[in-house]
Every structure is written in structure tokens, then in C-alpha cells.
Design a protein around this ligand. Structure first.
Ligand code: URA
Ligand code: SF4
Length: 185
């Protein structure tokens, strides 16, 4: 099992399938437990993630860690965390659709190996990719969907909460509690 995740991790470490490979310091594959019940999917690595090779280690990551602890009583090591694209887009621009397509098989393989009970998508990019929709996160969040037999709860990206939009943190908290209910079901 963990050998397989190591194999894809190695593939990603050498990947040049899209032009993001030219700008990255290193790809950010994903971290956590391969036996996790809960998997978070973000958008793309930022500067800190690119530097350290670990997802969600900047300001968004600190907020995610806190919410995870406060609402689910969980440490990040008990879940699995990855992103839609594994390499940092220059100047933190949005990932392009061709980059997302080039990278999606890695995420799909990660899901097949980890088989989480619940996927929490963080923000529009992860949610739209998995639910194959153009509907925005504000409409989609907080409800339970099915993706390849997994339960999926979309929520806001922590960066949206850091931008201070009213109600975002409270909604994220409620969505994590919902994910917890599904895990404990
Ligand atoms: N934002 C993301 O979407 N992913 C990260 O890993 C860090 C910040
Ligand atoms: Fe490969 Fe994904 Fe990085 Fe593009 S973003 S180079 S597809 S690992």
C-alpha cells in the first residue's frame, strides 16, 4: 500500500507533464496517513509549500490545522492532504484547465489508494473538478455529495476565510462538523 503511494510520489517528483514544472522548486505531492478516513483537497501549492514540499504549511494551512483540531479533534497527521495541482503556479495565479487535466490522474490514484470515507474539497477548484460542475462554492458548500462512491463535502478554501469575508469561518466549522458526523456514522 504505502509502496504504491511512494511510487506515485516518485513519479510526481519527476513529472514534467505540464508547464508548471518549469517554475516550481519542487512538487508538493501530499502528506498524511494513507489509512486516513478524511482527505482534504486544496487548489495548488503556494510559496511556502513550494519551498518545503508539504501542502498547507502557510497561513491557510495554520488556519486549517486549527479548524481541524477545534471542530474534529484531529491532527493533520491523521488525515491526508493534497491539492488539485502538485506544482506551484507562478505568482500564485489560478491553475489553468490544461494543468488541472495534466495533473488529475495523480489525485485520482491518491484517492484510490487512500479510499477516505470523506473528501473535503477546499474552494472552487477542487470542488468543480470532482463534482464536474461550474456552480460556485458558496452554493455547493456544506452539503453531502457522492464522488466515485466516496462522500464529499465541499467547503470554502481557508484563504477565503483569511480574506475576512463574513461568515466563512463559521461555515467552514459547520462543514467540518458534518464531515465528522459522516466519519463517526
Ligand atoms: N493553498 C492550497 O490550495 N494548497 C496548499 O497546499 C496551500 C495553500
Ligand atoms: Fe506534473 Fe502536476 Fe506538476 Fe504539472 S502540476 S508538472 S502535471 S505534477
Amino acid at each position: 500500500m504505502s509502496k504504491t503511494i511512494n511510487l506515485i510520489s516518485k513519479e510526481v517528483s519527476e513529472c514534467t507533464k505540464c508547464s508548471l514544472a518549469e517554475h516550481r522548486k519542487q512538487p508538493v505531492f501530499g502528506t498524511g496517513s494513507v489509512n486516513a478516513d478524511l482527505m482534504f483537497i486544496g487548489e495548488a501549492p503556494g510559496a511556502e509549500e513550494d519551498r518545503l514540499g508539504v501542502p498547507f504549511v502557510g497561513r491557510s494551512g495554520k488556519l486549517l490545522d486549527n479548524l481541524l483540531l477545534e471542530e474534529m479533534n484531529m491532527d493533520r497527521s491523521a488525515c491526508y492532504i493534497s491539492n488539485v495541482v502538485k506544482c506551484r503556479p507562478p505568482e500564485n495565479r489560478d491553475p489553468k484547465s490544461e494543468e488541472i487535466e495534466a495533473c488529475r490522474s495523480y489525485l485520482e490514484t491518491q484517492l484510490e489508494i487512500i479510499k477516505p470515507r470523506v473528501i473535503v474539497t477546499l474552494g472552487n477548484f477542487a470542488t468543480r473538478l470532482l463534482l464536474d460542475t461550474k456552480i460556485g462554492i458558496t452554493k455547493l458548500r456544506g452539503k453531502k455529495y457522492e464522488y466515485l462512491g466516496y462522500s464529499l463535502i465541499p467547503t470554502f478554501h481557508p484563504a477565503a476565510a483569511l480574506r475576512g469575508r463574513a461568515g466563512v469561518i463559521e461555515n467552514m466549522r459547520a462543514d467540518l462538523r458534518k464531515a465528522k458526523e459522516i466519519i463517526n456514522d
